[in-house]
Ligand binder design. Structure first.
Ligand code: HSE
Length: 319
């Protein structure tokens, strides 16, 4: 029997607040697993998709894992058959990079299957091409941290130019996932085409400070820069109760709260272990008060990003 390579890729927050399409962060506790093996035919076949919360196509030309696998084979100049199994570990359309996690895991797994010749940096482009198919936009703020771990900065999409920033060791992320779905495409379509200069300057300053915070492992810098006055005011209108949830999170001691990616997930930050469950509870109760069911998770940055899983009892909560 041919060997199987199994890879886990974590959930990601992309964008981190004001770093729209630029800053992304991998987090522990949720993610997708992709298994790949060689077959004797010359096609990519997605055999199974497990644990999906909605219909996901097994057509390899329309599924992000299938497209990423195809693009990696193209980079390797190989025309080989591959079987794939995808196990979803997070809700789709939640703002936590669900399609990016599948793309990143597939790209890394296929590269490992064929002698591991490509670096994680090399795999960002194939995974981003897969993301483009489902989101309609070419951005790497989910796939880059899903592959590399920690926080990443995408300076340019074409040509792709990604820098790994690092992480913040005492950062606690309080995630709330309201049970509503927002398509990335819809959340992009409502954005303004022009931005006032003073708002541009504010977001740019805060995004730069976040990059510095992750590069120097400095929670204090991050705690004062999670402010987005361009995208958040527009997208938050798609999330019932957002303003109230943010207000209670801050009252409960959070140092900031904003939307994760295109939403509807939101995240608050703290570096105080005792405060985190209080913030979590306040956010959950306020979504419920607004008649929105939500799931919450206290988590921290995933430093490793995508990794090969070698045992069956892989503890994804800690990766
Ligand atoms: N940067 C993208 C956005 C990510 O916010 O639209 C979507 O997952």
């Amino acid at each position: 029997m041919s060997k199987t390579i199994k890879v886990f890729s974590p959930a990601t927050i992309g964008n981190i607040g004001p770093g729209f399409d630029v800053l992304g962060l991998a987090v522990k506790g949720m993610g997708d697993t992709v298994e790949v093996w060689k077959t004797s035919c010359d096609k990519i076949v997605i055999e199974e998709i497990l644990n999906a919360d909605h219909d996901i196509t097994k057509d390899p030309d329309k599924n992000t894992a299938g497209i990423a696998a195809r693009e990696v084979l193209r980079l390797l100049k190989m025309n080989r058959g591959i079987g794939m199994r995808i196990t979803k570990g997070m809700p789709a359309g939640s703002g936590l990079g669900s399609s990016a996690a599948s793309a990143a895991a597939a790209a890394y797994a296929v590269s490992k299957l064929f002698d591991d010749k490509l670096s994680k940096m090399d795999l960002i482009l194939p995974a981003t091409l897969a993301e483009e198919y489902v989101s309609g936009g070419f951005f790497a703020d989910n796939v880059a941290p899903a592959l590399l771990g920690g926080a990443t900065l995408t300076r340019s999409s074409v040509p792709l130019d990604v820098t790994h920033l690092g992480s913040i060791s005492d950062l606690i992320v309080v995630l709330a996932l309201p049970h509503i779905q927002i398509l990335t495409k819809d959340a992009r379509d409502i954005l303004p085409s022009e931005v006032e200069m003073k708002n541009f300057v504010s977001n740019m300053a805060n995004a730069c400070l976040i990059a510095s915070a992750f590069s120097t492992d400095n929670y204090k810098l991050f705690s004062r820069s999670l402010k987005d006055i361009v995208i958040e005011p527009v997208r938050s209108t798609l999330i019932p109760g957002f303003d109230e949830v943010k207000a209670v999170a801050m009252e409960a001691g959070a140092d900031g709260m904003t939307i994760s990616g295109a939403g509807p997930a939101v995240f608050a930050i703290t570096n105080k272990k005792k405060k985190a469950p209080i913030i979590e509870d306040a956010m959950a109760r306020t979504f419920k008060k607004n008649k929105i069911d939500c799931r919450t998770l206290l988590t921290t940055p995933s430093h490793k990003g995508s990794l090969q899983v070698t045992s069956d009892d892989f503890d994804f909560f800690n990766h």
